[in-house]
Design a protein around this ligand. Structure first.
Ligand code: ZN
Length: 501
């Protein structure tokens, strides 16, 4: 979309007025893409900001405040203006297409971001409340949203992106500025698992509600935007360059990747690993000064996708690659565009994050307690890759097993935030799959993995769903092997793989 007319005036007017109702000021509200043209509206007729009731959240067992039960966001069409990369400043318009599975008389979005200026329901102003304490943006539709009914919510906001510090990971999540040692602004990256996207977008911020995204991001000239999805138009606008991306397959909100830097984009040959052998496009983004040593493992991504799709089935997105960033943070499986720190730019980490494109980004979590369903599968992908390169899988499994035996492990469903990304989620989760593979043999294991991806494609999955699927597809004996690894308070014995036939 083009830069909305009247933007500056709206920002200034509302910014000066703040929350004090002032009579007889009129504001020119520009039309938004996909929404009806909005009439000129005297502010005194705008519905007041109101204290609205807090609807029931999704009920996640680790993050109980996230999301709204019954709310189903289908699409986020997001316009962002990043006037000064390397700071938290941003301006945005988010146009959400949403529906519900139960009657909703209040809609509640997770939002920790800049100051909200205007909220509309199908183009009409509605009462709303930005509750900064609860990190929610609530709005009251003219009539309750009925199950299956679709509506469009427009949120206009500007100011400073929110701060979400994850105490467990010791990290800033969400929209994060990067400065040089003298504090001069350089770039921005996003790192949003589990709930950082709400620092810059109003979202139903839970993996059980995946959605599609269209992004229009404007940055000053010289900067490049890298984001999830297929690249659309890139064009000169008044403030610099506008980049458009279309993420047409639903993904969890935390899996939205968005990076702003002085990047070089490197396109590589497409890989025929999509459904029916469809070509998957390949592009990676490297900061200008990236060394050859850091770039080198990305040349292997095509081969990685061939190996992984041989086990997991067709690659679930039309494009894949990575954006390399310089801060020392964990790598993240952002959909179609891995977020890859320089310090993590190794084959094994790239394989791990690529495997999450199936497990996490396509088969989505129903609850954060089941995060091993992401991490165990992605970790096992590392073994499958190394095995394809000639390494001994038994040796890798034995190393993992020793580490768990020495340092302790727990049943796989997490009961606290501290457990989410511990070594049990990764290593014991991976060994649970290894034990299942040992029990059923490679052909049945391969069929199980591919069937699981098909069965739970964009459907929130919990651990009992996986166990039920194992029982249906592999029988009760194999399902019991998996269940023992999931539930046993002690570490089950490590089985040996059958000799390959
Ligand atoms: Zn992972």
């Amino acid at each position: 979309m083009s830069r909305p007319l009247g933007w500056t005036r709206l920002v200034l007017t509302v910014g000066v007025l703040g929350s004090v109702p002032v009579a007889a000021h009129s504001v020119q509200i520009p039309a938004l893409p996909g929404s009806p043209r909005v009439p000129v509206l005297p502010l005194k007729e705008a519905p007041p900001r109101a204290a609205l009731p807090a609807p029931e959240p999704i009920g996640d067992s680790i993050y109980p405040a996230l999301g709204q039960r019954g709310l189903d966001v289908l699409h986020y069409d997001v316009t962002l203006h990043i006037d000064r990369p390397g700071t938290r400043g941003l301006r945005g318009v988010a146009l959400l297409t949403l529906t519900s599975t139960r009657p909703l008389d209040t809609v509640s979005l997770d939002f920790l971001g800049p100051t909200v200026q205007d909220v509309r329901w199908n183009g009409r102003p509605v009462p709303w409340q930005q509750d900064e304490t609860a990190a929610k943006l609530r709005l009251s539709p003219p009539t309750p949203l009925r199950p299956g009914q679709e509506a469009q919510v427009t949120v206009r906001y500007a100011g400073q992106a929110g701060v979400r510090q994850d105490q467990e990971l010791g990290l800033d999540l969400g929209w994060v500025p990067v400065t040089d040692t003298a504090g001069r602004p350089l770039s921005n990256y996003t790192l949003s698992e589990p709930d950082g996207t709400r620092t810059f977008l109003p979202v139903n911020d839970h993996p059980s509600d995946p959605a599609t995204f269209t992004l229009h991001v404007t940055v000053p000239r010289g900067y490049i935007v890298a984001a999830s999805g297929l690249r659309g138009t890139e064009r000169v606008v008044d403030e610099g360059w506008e980049y458009t991306f279309d993420q047409a397959q639903p993904i969890p909100t935390y899996a939205l990747g968005l990076q702003v830097n002085h990047f070089q984009r490197v396109d590589s040959p497409a890989v025929p690993v999509g459904p029916g052998g469809a070509a998957v496009l390949r592009r990676d983004y490297f900061p200008d000064d990236t060394t050859d040593a850091v770039r080198r493992p990305y040349a292997q991504v095509g081969e990685m996708l061939r190996v992984l799709s041989g086990w997991f089935g067709p690659f679930p997105f039309p494009v894949h690659g990575a954006a390399v960033i310089t801060p020392r943070v964990p790598a993240l499986e952002t959909a179609t565009l891995l977020t890859m720190p320089v310090a993590s730019s190794f084959e094994r980490v790239i394989v791990h994050e690529s495997a999450h494109q199936w497990f996490g980004d396509t088969v989505v979590l129903g609850d954060w307690a089941d995060v091993w369903l992401n991490e165990g599968f992605a970790t096992y992908a590392e073994l499958l890759w190394l095995e394809a390169q000639g390494d001994d899988p038994a040796g890798i499994a034995a190393t993992w097993y020793e580490r768990l035996r020495d340092q302790g492990s727990r049943p796989l469903v997490a009961t606290s935030e501290a457990q989410l990304f511990d070594q049990s989620a990764y290593l014991r989760g991976a060994l649970a799959l290894h034990a299942l593979r040992a029990a059923v043999g490679d052909p049945a294991f391969r069929g199980f993995l591919q069937g699981y991806v098909r069965e739970f494609n964009r459907r929130p999955v919990r651990t009992p769903d996986l166990l039920g699927f194992a029982a249906r597809s592999l029988g009760p004996v194999a399902a019991m092997v998996l269940r023992t690894w999931v539930e046993s308070p002690t570490l089950p014995p490590l089985p040996a793989l059958r000799a390959p036939r």
